[in-house]
Write a protein that binds this ligand. Structure first.
Ligand SMILES: C[S@@+](CC[C@H](N)C(=O)[O-])C[C@H]1O[C@@H](n2cnc3c(N)ncnc32)[C@H](O)[C@@H]1O
Length: 261
């Protein structure tokens, strides 16, 4: 499937959509692992780069996000997060974990969850969420694209509404591939660009102001195509609107699926 630009178009309302395979997708610091290479990357950042806190600092958006995530849980999002994380096992990395809204949805078969979150308010909320759960969860500071982890060190990686916000999707995705084991999987649930001209024009227009208001989020990214371009094989992916029936919301068109390294 790699290299084939798949398009995203709504199939039906969540959560009752059937799964579709990639072949038919029409929408369809507290925690560093220290090999010399990883330590050098981290040390370089300490000397020369901004810390993740300086790069991702959205105190107002962070509080809004926490409120919205909690509200959406009662509107069908909890079931979608369950679906996304179902069957995961072993050592898992979640990037852009926010306030830890996914944490209660991880199955007990996950032996360790490392949750990366660069925004300081959200990270502290994630730490509190982690402390309430029996799962072993390590919340760490860091940025997508600069993951302070060894190559091939995770069985799976999870992103939910993060690839819309990273400054460089290609870099973030290739770094995610790097830290996955050879057969590791990427679970993704993201909002995406529509392929109907009216929708994509609307998303382009909104994108002029949306990132400033919404913590750097871009509503008009073709994230499924980016996942495929980065070398992942998309095993399954389905598309839908959330909330169901939301037609003008520029981030209502969603994809949820699994890609393999
Ligand atoms: C819209 S929120 C999604 C939060 C959570 N994953 C969820 O499902 O609700 C985007 C998250 O990505 C984080 N983020 C933004 N830029 C990032 C980056 N460059 N690297 C890692 N995380 C980033 C934000 O701090 C925020 O927690």
């Amino acid at each position: 499937m790699g290299g084939t630009a798949a398009s995203a178009a709504p199939m039906a309302s969540a959560p009752q959509l059937s799964s579709i395979t990639a072949a038919s997708v029409t929408l369809s610091s507290n925690s560093i692992e220290r090999s010399p290479a990883v330590a050098a990357r981290v040390a370089g950042c300490r000397l020369g780069c901004m810390s993740s806190n300086e790069q991702v600092r959205h105190p107002h958006f962070a509080r809004f996000l926490e409120w919205k995530a909690a509200r959406d849980e009662t509107r069908g999002q909890a079931e979608l997060r369950d679906e996304l994380l179902d069957g995961l096992s072993g050592r898992v990395l979640e990037v852009g974990a926010g306030s830890g809204v996914n944490f209660p949805h991880y199955p007990a078969s996950v032996s360790e969850l490392v949750a990366l979150e660069p925004e300081s308010y959200l990270r502290s909320r994630a730490e509190e969420a982690a402390a309430r759960l029996p799962l072993e969860i390590r919340v760490v500071d860091g940025l997508a694209g600069e993951l302070p982890f060894e190559d091939g060190s995770f069985d799976a990686a999870v992103v939910t509404f993060v690839l819309c916000s990273v400054p460089d999707q290609e870099r973030a995705l290739s770094d995610l591939r790097r830290v996955l084991k050879p057969d590791g999987e990427l679970r993704f649930y993201e909002h995406v660009r529509g392929h109907e001209p009216a929708r994509s024009r609307w998303q382009n227009a909104v994108d002029r102001v949306w990132p400033q208001l919404m913590g750097g989020c871009h509503p008009n990214r073709d994230t499924l195509a980016a996942i495929e371009r980065s070398g992942f094989g998309v095993e399954r992916c389905r598309g839908f609107h959330f909330p169901p029936g939301a037609l003008v919301d520029p981030v209502a068109l969603r994809i949820l699926g699994v890609a393999r390294r």
